[in-house]
Write a protein that binds this ligand. Structure first.
Ligand code: SAH
Length: 380
């Protein structure tokens, strides 16, 4: 279920899809086209106060203020990297903190969005997994990350249109384990009345929850990334424990089914492969990987491991990375190496930990780090 009314009182309209909003308005004896109007106010113009919605009658505005609200998650910190990357710490309704990261590159700007506070999958190389799972984000908290990024760049005010060109669900959490809220949020991101981002530019990344991936093929057509990280089950089960339940062959068959549901021969799955020194970066791994993926419609994204405090792994040398890359390229595969961005602000892949904050300690922690909490709940 969507946690749209997660404060238990007024219903939060922020994360509701066009369809949900239409039923909401019909439910209060209004015409379905009100959904269109309100979406434009929220997602195109960044307005969260019903009183400013001038194409609605005073009576309707009053009713809405009584029964509904447009409630953003709270942005508690913003950091800017020397390379243009920005990271936001976002507090959820139950006090957990997640991170979202914006990575500008040429004329693109990719927002890396979180879907859960913490994560239950416990992959051995991932700092988010080390904190365990706390809670699912509501669809409002997921799409709210995009709203806040736009707000931070003044996109609403300047009327400059869309700033975020791509969204990747590669922040904290396993998106397929928060299925309904993630699908609603992605639908809003792709809706022209929402953020109008094309389905090719919204990418869901999963460690491989096979039954949910099969469900996704029936309910969505976003782009898919698979966190593979190893060429065989023995190694993958050590790095990505969910592999013990859904081994590589099952995962790749499910990914194939997903691709064929898209009915577009030009679309490919992105295979993410972290390179960890001495663990999965050897020549034999590259050869095994190229055999595994030889006839799989994919592009491979190599991600040099990003270290975090307490991690037992390290990043391979540049030489080892390019040797691995070349072996795959020579085998005819499409391979890119992910540039590390924002590591001076701990915003690189796998460095997103957020924080599970004890409310009594919160002010102390922010005082210490000299951060002023900014309340964007009612920012306008
Ligand atoms: N649970 C999803 C999405 C979150 S992780 C998934 O597993 O795909 C997003 C990407 O960051 C994944 O490919 C993940 O394996 C990678 N990642 C996690 N920790 C990392 C680290 N320390 N260094 C580099 N990449 C990491």
């Amino acid at each position: 279920m969507n946690k749209n009314s997660d404060n238990g009182e007024r219903i939060n309209l922020l994360g509701m899809t066009r369809q949900h909003l239409e039923s909401f308005f019909v439910g209060i004896n209004e015409k379905p086209f009100r959904a269109k109007q309100i979406m434009q106010w929220i997602h195109h113009r960044g307005i969260t106060d019903f009183n400013e919605m001038s194409d609605m009658s005073l009576k309707l505005r009053k009713t809405l203020s009584q029964i509904a609200e447009i409630r953003l998650p709270m942005m508690v910190d913003e950091r800017k990297s020397a390379d243009g990357t920005r990271k936001w710490l976002i507090e959820t309704s139950d006090g957990g903190v997640v991170e979202s990261v914006l990575i500008p590159s040429g004329n693109r700007a990719t927002l890396c969005v979180s879907s859960q506070v913490g994560c239950s999958l416990d992959c051995s190389f991932c700092s988010t997994g080390k904190q365990g799972f706390q809670t699912d984000l509501s669809s409002a908290e997921i799409v709210g990350q995009l709203w806040l990024a736009n707000k931070s760049f003044d996109v609403f005010q300047s009327g400059k249109g869309r700033m975020v060109t791509n969204v990747v669900l590669m922040g904290m959490g396993e998106p397929l384990l928060n299925f309904d809220n993630v699908v609603s949020a992605m639908n809003l991101m792709m809706d022209d009345l929402g953020y109008g981002i094309s389905k090719r530019r919204v990418t869901l990344s999963t460690a491989g929850v096979v039954p949910q991936l099969d469900r996704l093929s029936r309910e969505s057509d976003v782009s898919l990334a698979i966190s593979l990280h190893a060429p065989n089950d023995h190694l993958r089960s050590q790095l990505v424990p969910i592999n013990r339940k859904y081994p590589i062959a099952e995962l790749l068959s499910s990914a194939r089914r997903y691709l064929s549901s898209l009915n577009d021969i030009n679309r490919r799955v992105t295979i993410e492969y972290i390179l960890i020194a001495g663990v999965n970066d050897q020549l034999e791994h590259a050869i095994e990987l190229s055999k595994l993926l030889k006839s799989f419609p994919c592009k491979i994204n190599l991600i040099p491991f990003n270290p975090f405090p307490g991690s037992i792994y390290s990043r391979p040398s540049k030489r080892a990375i390019s040797r691995f890359w070349k072996t795959l390229v020579d085998a005819g595969l499409i391979v890119t190496i992910r540039a590390t961005r924002g590591d001076d602000i701990d915003a690189a892949c796998g460095q997103l930990v957020g924080r599970v904050i004890d409310r009594t300690q919160r002010s102390t922690r922010y005082d210490k780090t000299n951060i002023n909490p900014v309340n964007l709940r009612n920012p306008l």
